[in-house]
Design a protein around this ligand. Sequence first.
Ligand code: ARG
Length: 574
Amino acid sequence: MLMDMMTRIATLTAECLTSTWPEAAGLPTADEIRGLLAVPPDREMGDYAFPVFRLAKALRMAPPMIAKALCEVWNHPEVARVEPVNGYMNFFLNRVNFAKETLTAVLEKGEAFGSSDMGAGKTVCLDYSSINIAKRFHIGHLSTTMIGHSLKRIHDFLGYKTVGINHLGDWGTQFGKMIYAYKTWGNKEDVEKGGVAELVRLYVKFHEEAEKDPSLDDKGRYWFKKIEDKDEEAIAIWSWFKEITLKDTARVYNLLGVEFDSYAGESFYMDKMDVVIDELREKGLLTISQGASVVDLEEDKMPPCIILRSDGATLYHTRDLAAAVYRKNTYDFDKCLYVVAYQQDLHFRQLFRVLEKMEKPWAKDCVHVSFGMISYEGQALATRKGHVVYLEDLLEQAQQKALAIINEKSPNLPNKEEVARQVGIGAVIYTDLSNGRIKDIDFSWERSLNFDGETGPYVQYTHARCCSVLRKAAEVELPEVDYNGLADDEAQHLLRLLSRFPDVVKEAADKYEPSMITRAVTEIAQGYNKFYYEHRVLDDDAGVAAARVALTKAVKDVIKTGLWLIGIEAPERM
Ligand code: ARG
């Protein structure tokens, strides 16, 4: 196999290291250096950069001195120059070499460019979406679902084994209330027809009635107790409610292309909490406070973590503790990510702290991947006050609006409905994943569906444009690529963005930040459009045309992969 430039640079750097400091021990191998090489964000800093900080200890020298010494001896005919800047060695290739290196690397791997086996043998659990039974899926659930889904794909792409878990909210007294409401005011046909909407209606009804007659709360508790005691009728109704909810949400998951490996929800941990509670007790971590058993977290400046209520009932925290232990035992994860809104920051800080106090060495591998709020057309979402935007309605509208645009822009497109689905849903997902996750988002149709702005449709459109260029190119005979044809500024900028893509994917995984990939594909799309306007792809010079076609293919592959990593499809015609 052809050894790529980064590997050659790493090998040569390793050789320079040992020849300059033959006595030194603990120097990184060529492989390790390869792992540290990065593509700097800015061309001024070279095409590739090697941070030498890691060597400071072994060489007992300041990083800028090391970089300087290495640059002096470093020499390779294909590298135009090497410059030391602070603790970095910056490598500059000539433009033609850079084009050749980058294109070869991308086209050799195609849509797998940027993938890696760095995660081989490691498992990542991802808890996302984690909906509540008998509640409707509204747009507030979009972020947990899409961030989680994207992080799963990103980790898969980097070679990790991933376990996607929908930690269903399927336990608690509300289910007792629901059963009572169903038995009192509901019937089978209506629930079957109305689905979750009908369950919600019954739940609201219960609360209205309970305001007039507080004894209803006892009825709710009575039925919940029956679920706990595995009463046949209670369990049957409760399971049925779950089925109804999952059937409704499956439609949304299908539209979004989201899947899970496990639907082990809160009820799954019913028989798995006792061991954890015993362990807490044995380790002397439980104290009694107003009748409840709690783990005191005062020294951590947090409210106590309640494990058992005074009536002996378990809580959300108790089930999460059992779930964490179960996941570690079952999947032996290297990381367990919880993609949950920032409102639960305290919940997870408490949870992880309790795991630490239990001396679970893996507590540090649990990460709360938190995110901001979503509003709709400038209006905050208030479930209580009735301003709710259901996800299914939103996705339905998105498809309709996309279809209207397509009918106007390309009325003769084959498969219009299918493309409208891909574009409409893509627009929604893109909006959700376009900013740093902690930032609040406002969803607006005008912004999301603007084909010229920084949007999903814009990136998808660029992908389709590449496909169209490639279809035309397939009709002509092209010679070998002449890399001199890619020395212009636009092609070079684009090549640079492509060559950074693998680093971006890794960084997105490190920071749990899919938006970095959204940004990268958007920049690539913008770079390609600029290139496309400035240059004729099918140039009269056939070698140059071949080079531009090859670049187009590389752009198409990377955009497609990038979109896939954030959960967006890439139609070939738009
Ligand atoms: N069902 C919860 C909610 O909607 C989210 C659960 C998150 N996951 C967890 N392991 N606590 O608020």
